[in-house]
Design a protein around this ligand. Structure first.
Ligand code: ATP
Length: 142
């Protein structure tokens, strides 16, 4: 039997929380990681596993077995350095598919150079989606 994909989400801000909860609702195993203890407590009943760890620390990531996850989402927002360092560590460890959230085009370029497999710009992407939907016939469906 084919095993379901396993996902990890790093950073439990609004974006990361939404990604993790949605994957969990869809029936996937999700490991959520955040360095902030309060965030970890808050989120403890929402997904399969929630752990407190600093994702810029390679040893911590390795101890969590992060390499075994099929997809890892880097959802750290404000702290660009932590976002970039985390992506770099995941790449070094050999994670097969890394999705990283970027704040702007330059940040996105950096993430791509490091080797992120997909770069997401949540505000830009959502803005485009809303605009397209506004001019399509289904105005309320976004
Ligand atoms: P959103 O817009 O989605 O709410 P944001 O841009 O405000 O996100 P932040 O709040 O900056 O995002 O970061 C999201 C989470 O990432 C925070 O809960 C923060 O604790 C966590 N975080 C920041 N640095 C690290 C790190 N080194 N390791 C693990 N988690 C981290």
């Amino acid at each position: 039997m084919k095993q379901e994909k396993q996902y990890a989400v790093i950073g439990l801000g609004r974006f990361g929380t939404s990604v993790a909860k949605t994957l969990h609702k869809m029936g996937y195993e999700v490991l959520a990681i955040d360095s902030n203890e309060d965030k970890v407590q808050e989120f403890s009943n929402e997904v399969t596993h929630v752990v407190q760890a600093d994702s810029t620390d390679e040893a911590a990531l390795t101890a969590l077995g992060i390499r075994n996850f099929d997809v890892v989402v880097v959802a750290i927002g404000e702290d660009v350095q932590a976002n970039v360092l985390t992506t770099l560590q995941l790449k070094e460890i050999g994670v097969s598919y890394i999705v990283a959230k970027a704040r702007d085009a330059l940040h996105g370029k950096m993430l791509q150079k490091i080797g992120a497999d997909r770069v997401i710009y949540p505000e830009r992407d959502m803005g485009q989606r809303v605009a397209y939907n506004l001019v399509s016939s289904n105005v309320l469906d976004y």
